[in-house]
Design a protein around this ligand. Sequence first.
Ligand code: ATP
Length: 491
Amino acid sequence: MEPIVALCKRRGFIFQSSEIYGGINGFFDYGPLGSELKKNIRDCWWNDMVRRRDDMAGLESSIVMHPRVWQASGHVAGFTDPLVDCKASKQRFRADQLFFSAIVVDGVKVGYVSALESERTSEELQEKAEQFKRKKALQGQLEPVKPLDMTEAAADEIELIPSPATGEAGSLTPPRAFNMMFETHVGAMRDASSVAYLRPETAQGMFADFKAVIDTGRFKVPFGIAQIGKAFRNEITPRNYIFRSREFEQMEMEFFISEDDDWQKWHRYWIDWCRDWLLSIGLPASHLSEFDHPKEKLAFYSKGTTDIMFEYPFGVQELWGIAARGNYDLLQHQEASGVSMAYFDEAAKKKYVPHVIEPAVGVDRIVLAALCSAYAEEEVEGEKRTVLHLNPRIAPVKAGIFPLVKNKPELVEVADRLYRTLKRRYNVFWDTSGAIGRRYRRMDEIGTPWCITVDFDSLENGTFTVRDRDTMEQVRMTEAEIRALLDEKTS
Ligand code: ATP
């Protein structure tokens, strides 16, 4: 991750939020290039998910909704993570990310070790157990550690497990439920009656507005409602850069189907759609996999959830969750609000509350996946080049425009004209400083797919040198050919 984080900071993709005040944990800012990259990802999704389909409605619901939305959805009671406090260090840990194991020598329990979840949790526990045995000069056979997380600890074990903060036992509390919703107050009063929440997901907006959309848009089931927007979760341990933050952006869609429809068919359809879409913005198939949530871990109403996983540098993690949620959410809102969520199906001549398939993804996790898989350090003619092989659809800058030299007004004039024409449609970058090779390197590093150089031949025959970022090959093209290339590859 280190070189990627450094590049993001150096070139203005991602900054720590409020950095001049020391930063605030779990919040990030997207700089000039990062905001372009993110916007391109959002635009691709919106175009493919909403505009290019006939069965989709777009939505932008408010971030603060009536608090009863979150009671009906189950978030007030149950949107919690298990939290463990260390009373000595005042640090807090997510119980399911804090692992421990008994140290067993010759079949006898002699102590405990603990470690925070990482790529090598088991190895770390094993090393600590071996250290313990050496320190105490214990003889006998050490059994391999058996890692469990703190939600699985027996009540009498908790005080024996060392805190990962201090290495000492006795300071960890039993896990308790911690609600992750950020609270705020609406209006001038600050009491229980004015409590509201920053939404922890965008999905409830689609359920709460289901009636309004269907009554005004003449949509017929099966159809979907999609939206992109900010979500907020007071994560106990935000980590892995923008992978798990406290303010992030979601792209969610609720696809409503008939109660008689084959939900498994639609579930599979949307898993495949999501995977294909990730490939279309350049994520490599080799980094993608699927994870089916085991039946016994699903919520009682859930029919099935499959996550599309991505191989990040810190491990294989959830990128996109595709859940078959039955009609639980609409029924909950129907009951809590007293407003019917029933839909009259003209074709089937019957009324029912539709079931739903929900693909939910975080934009920030896609940004990180794109950056991680695009980053490369390559050797070119004995020199190192850092390059982001970003797909042209999402690359923040589509082309660099360079006059070969900056002190020939006739070259600069033609280049400037080309730059201004292309800039109307594409984010292109003007650069006159330094040798062409240096200008290429600067563009490679931010993932610009093409560099267009205006040289003396351009004045003669109206063609320009177009250099490809990935192959580094150069061809001559007319302005019309350049426009056709950009149009085809970036839309
Ligand atoms: P996780 O298990 O990683 O906490 P989740 O299963 O709680 O995620 P969902 O509630 O299904 O996540 O949210 C849908 C999507 O929103 C996730 O697949 C992920 O891409 C994104 N997301 C969730 N939490 C965060 C976060 N804290 N920071 C960034 N993105 C997030």
